[in-house]
Design a protein around this ligand. Structure first.
Ligand code: HAM
Length: 423
């Protein structure tokens, strides 16, 4: 027997009915994002590596430890995208979108890749629903985005979450915060992992995001960026808060909120699941302002903000039984012989085109086993075309919910089914 080949570790197959839950989330997300003026972009799965190392930041876990990087046959370094912001910004610059439109709202849905340690809610291929606004600096926009995420979660009937908000401060605020961090961690240097000892010199903010236990312990009581915000950053955070208050969107200020990517420059946020449905993970999503990224990737100075949510994490929090969003089979044809199967196809075809989900059993199995399967599929109606029915040209129509059975002459069958199925 040839050896079975398995899927890559951490990269999962999406199977029904789970896929119907994904499709439901995606459809609701599209509806809400489009209502807020966002339009879809589709960027490639792979990009040249420097886009991410420069965009996300050299000292981040993603760039240092998690990227799927390889050289293609031309010898260029490519990386499977670990996130969608850097590719969106690359496309924005490459197509000179700023010239055509002063404010650009884009969203995307699709797979992302990070070589992370696997846990519930953490995979190596996962899917994000993300959005970016390029060209507007006003903090009311950040608030609008947070309110939109709140609306999307509630629309999905995910209500057991908190919206954590903070600010990491602008580029001008950074030196003071950085100095405070270095002063805090320098005496504890020996407790830090080798990566963080290096980060202490290069990018001390990253220590706060390290997943190593020793570093997490050493970070307790560390300074918060909120204590080092300049005038503008404080005003922006205040505007976000008062706007959300006015919109009635609940949130919590979290002094400890650090994002795993370097490009953030102001208000940041993370919707977090409560109640343990995500195991050790809690972040349903994350985002914030990144006013320097477009310029650092070769574009014009452009204020911007965005967020992304994890599709699988949303699906884990979605209430209801697994089949809730699956398309129900409304009718099943149980047939005996080729003539009966052909008749079943002929009758079901217009109904299927009208949107009814119909099963025709092609196995030539016994009527009993076909009936059993129809029952298992949850079909509301069964159309029985056995040998006596074919001879007498009358089908038996069974309502599986009431077990009531009626006989319908073939020439009335199409009409009766259309009525019963409401098509
Ligand atoms: P992020 O926080 O790295 O931000 O990822 C956003 C969300 O993607 C997470 O909150 C989580 O739901 C999901 N996610 C991340 N990694 C995994 C994983 N290994 N397995 C399952 N789900 C995962 C970003 O990616 C930024 N690009 C967000 C952004 C857009 N900021 C501004 N614009």
């Amino acid at each position: 027997m040839p050896e079975k080949i398995q899927a890559v570790k951490g990269m999962n197959d999406g199977l029904p009915p789970e896929t119907s839950r994904y499709a439901h989330i995606e459809a609701r997300a599209r509806r809400i994002l489009e209502a807020f003026g966002y339009r879809e972009i589709r960027t490639p799965i792979a990009e040249y590596t420097p886009l991410f190392s420069r965009g996300i930041g050299e000292g981040t876990d993603i760039v240092e430890k998690e990227m799927y990087t390889f050289s293609d046959r031309d010898g260029r370094q490519l990386t499977l995208r670990p996130e969608g912001t850097a590719p969106a910004v690359r496309a924005y610059v490459e197509h000179s979108i700023a010239h055509a439109d002063p404010v650009t709202r884009w969203y995307y849905l699709g797979p992302m890749f990070r070589h992370e340690r696997m846990q519930r809610g953490r995979y190596r291929q996962f899917h994000q629903i993300g959005a970016e606004v390029l060209g507007a600096a006003e903090a009311t926009l950040d608030a609008e985005m947070i309110a939109m995420i709140d609306a999307l979660l509630r629309d999905l009937e995910i209500t057991d979450f908190t919206m954590a908000i903070s600010s990491v401060g602008s580029a001008e605020d950074r030196p003071a915060f950085r100095a405070a961090l270095v002063a805090f961690f320098e005496p504890k240097k020996d407790q830090l992992c080798p990566d963080c000892q290096r980060r202490l010199v290069q990018n001390p903010l990253r220590i706060l995001d390290c997943k190593v236990e020793g570093c997490r312990a050493a970070s307790v009581g560390a300074p918060s960026p909120l204590d080092h915000l300049g005038e503008k950053s404080r005003a922006a955070l205040a505007t976000v808060r008062s706007t959300l208050d006015r919109l009635g969107v609940p949130y919590e200020i979290d002094q400890r909120l650090v994002r795993g990517l370097d490009y953030y420059t102001g208000v940041v946020f993370e919707p977090r699941a409560r109640g343990g449905s995500l195991g050790a993970q809690t972040a349903l999503g994350g985002g914030g302002r990144y006013d320097g990224l477009v310029e650092s990737l070769g574009g014009p100075a452009t204020p911007a903000a965005g967020f992304a949510m994890g599709l699988e994490r949303l699906a884990l929090c979605l209430p209801g039984e697994p089949n809730r969003f699956a398309t129900p089979i409304v009718a099943a044809f149980v047939t005996d012989g080729e003539d009966a199967r052909r008749l079943a196809l002929e009758l079901s075809h217009p109904l299927r085109l009208a949107g009814a989900s119909i099963e025709v059993d092609h196995r030539g199995a016994s009527l009993k086993s076909q009936l059993k399967r129809a029952d298992k599929l949850g079909a509301h109606w069964v159309v029985l075309l056995g040998t006596p029915e074919m001879t007498e040209r009358r089908a038996k129509l069974k309502d599986m919910r009431t077990s009531e059975q009626t006989e319908i002459p073939f020439d009335e069958l199409g009409k009766t089914l259309r009525e019963k199925l409401g098509r």
